[in-house]
Ligand binder design. Structure first.
Ligand code: ADP
Ligand code: MG
Length: 232
């Protein structure tokens, strides 16, 4: 047995274990949630509606963490292939059309004439894009007009790297947030899990790439993914 095989096997076992653990936690949570819903009218009678609401919210949050964790731990078969960034960006953006309308936000997309390609796992890269676009949408302030609420996605090339920029006109971030955002479970959102960006970082580093951030409070955020170009 060589070392590479050994560590691969080890990783698979760990993620299988993580997946079954997550399922085992989910089941009791579902039971508790059911009973809480049954108790809710009684708590309201007692003037304690907020207890029920907080408890249900927290259970939903725990479920969300497990869900995101399961997605990340899912053993992918690590099928790497040549990926066209224009195409993957276009495909991923389709998933957000209705959410953008709800959030009063307009997407604009600038694809690259050079049609840059990289070598990678398309499911994982889609997951990165989904997480970044989700964050951009969550940063948008819904009370503003769709002229002010913009998310711009650009695909391009710098030197030996191709890039995807996701720029939003949302809340922006403080220096403290920028310094902490890749930490697992770091979140400034009321019901955030703080898992999204730590997964993104891991995936992009596995692809020998990098994520760069520029952000200003009140102005918005630019997230840039850089990935080495590979033509065939
Ligand atoms: P979550 O979205 O669950 O909070 P993430 O790991 O995706 O977790 O993001 C961590 C934190 O980074 C967020 O809580 C938020 O403070 C900050 N953040 C990430 N993306 C943006 C963005 N586009 N605009 C403003 N803040 C952001
Ligand atoms: Mg997120």
């Amino acid at each position: 047995i060589n070392e590479a095989n050994f560590s691969n096997e080890y990783a698979t076992n760990l993620s299988t274990l993580a997946a079954s653990m997550a399922h085992e936690i989910r089941n009791p949570l579902t039971t508790v949630k059911g009973f809480l819903q049954l108790l809710r009218p009684h708590l309201i009678e007692l003037g304690r509606e907020e207890y029920a609401d907080i408890a249900l919210e927290e259970i939903n949050r725990a479920n969300e963490i497990i869900h995101e964790f399961l997605n990340a731990a899912k053993p992918t078969d690590h099928k790497k292939s040549i990926i066209h960034l224009n195409k993957i960006v276009r495909d991923t953006l389709l998933l957000f059309e209705s959410e953008a309308i709800i959030k009063n936000t307009s997407f604009s997309i600038k694809l690259s004439q050079e049609d840059p390609t990289i070598y990678g796992d398309d499911k994982q890269l889609k997951q990165v894009l989904v997480n970044l676009i989700k964050n951009a949408l969550e940063a948008i302030e819904p009370n503003r007009s769709s002229k002010e609420n913009k998310i711009t996605i650009t695909v391009g090339i710098i030197d030996d790297y191709s890039f995807i920029n996701i720029v939003d006109t949302g809340l922006g971030m403080t220096k403290e947030t920028i310094n902490s955002l890749f930490q697992p479970f770091f979140s400034t959102k009321k019901s955030g899990t703080g898992i999204g960006l730590s997964i993104c970082k891991q995936i992009i580093e596995e692809h020998s790439g990098e994520i760069k951030i520029e952000s200003d409070v009140g102005c918005g955020t630019k997230m840039q993914i850089l990935l080495p170009i590979k033509n065939n």
